[in-house]
Write a protein that binds this ligand. Structure first.
Ligand code: 3SL
Ligand code: MG
Length: 234
């Protein structure tokens, strides 16, 4: 097993703790049939036409706030069962869904966050060549994504796996070990994006995102269609 920054043909775990990964996991946990990630607002509107017979919801943010005219923003607390059960969701966010779109060449794309981290580890633990993709914020490192990647690596090591770690993977694990007992405080007080979300009034989203292993739902990309659906164990 190699945990590295690589390219095509790999199993990739996309991590955007605040907030796209946490939102996608929540949507599928609350009964959404699928989530279709797209890059732009216009692509989302076009995709709605494509899926019109399924009456999908439009979701997403720019600068952290709901895109005008969309049904939902990018707060996990909005994606309640009453709204998303049995619905498809077309979603565009600044970093998270853009990262998923960029991973089209991966063999499998998995969405990870603190809320499903142990389930993700269980799914990928025997993967030969694993790619952990931290979405970050506008091409910059995001502390919470790095810590979550580190949590995955640390759990793999605890299972007795001996991954060959890149330096980025080692740094991610060290970040996780530093903050593992204070993840909420890290996201509230240290993370740049966490502090920005608090200014925007989304502190409860951070509390929600810090609930480690609150679900076992794992979104995985399924083809054809590049739709994110709940992984089903056979
Ligand atoms: O960039 C993203 O994909 C979003 O998750 C960012 S935000 O938390 O909605 O601002
Ligand atoms: Mg983020």
């Amino acid at each position: 097993m190699i945990v590295q920054q690589g390219l095509a043909g790999q199993v990739a775990v996309m991590i955007d703790v605040l907030r796209a990964s946490t939102v996608i996991i929540t949507a599928l946990s609350n009964g959404s049939k699928w989530v279709y990630p797209v890059r732009t607002r216009n692509q989302a509107i076009q995709a709605k036409e494509q899926f019109i017979s399924e009456n999908p919801l439009l979701a997403g943010e720019r600068l952290g706030v709901k895109i005008p005219g969309f049904d939902l923003g990018n707060s996990p607390l909005e994606f309640v069962r009453e709204k998303v059960n049995n619905r498809g969701i077309i979603m565009t966010t600044t970093n998270g869904t853009a990262a998923i779109v960029q991973l089209r060449k991966a063999r499998r794309v998995v969405v990870g966050s603190f809320i499903n981290v142990s389930a993700v580890v269980e799914l990928v633990k025997n993967t030969e060549d694993l790619l952990l993709v931290c979405a970050g914020t506008k091409q910059k490192v995001a502390l919470e994504d790095t810590a979550c990647a580190g949590a995955i690596i640390d759990r793999l090591l605890s299972l007795g796996k001996s991954p060959i770690l890149t330096d980025s993977a080692t740094i991610a694990r060290l970040v996780y070990l530093h903050y593992k007992d204070n993840l909420l405080a890290m996201m509230r007080e240290v993370s740049e994006h966490g502090r920005r979300l608090i200014q925007l009034g989304f502190e409860k989203d951070i509390e929600y995102a810090a609930r480690v292993d609150s679900t076992t739902v794992i979104p995985v990309v399924e083809t054809p269609g590049y739709l994110l659906k709940k992984f089903k164990r056979h």
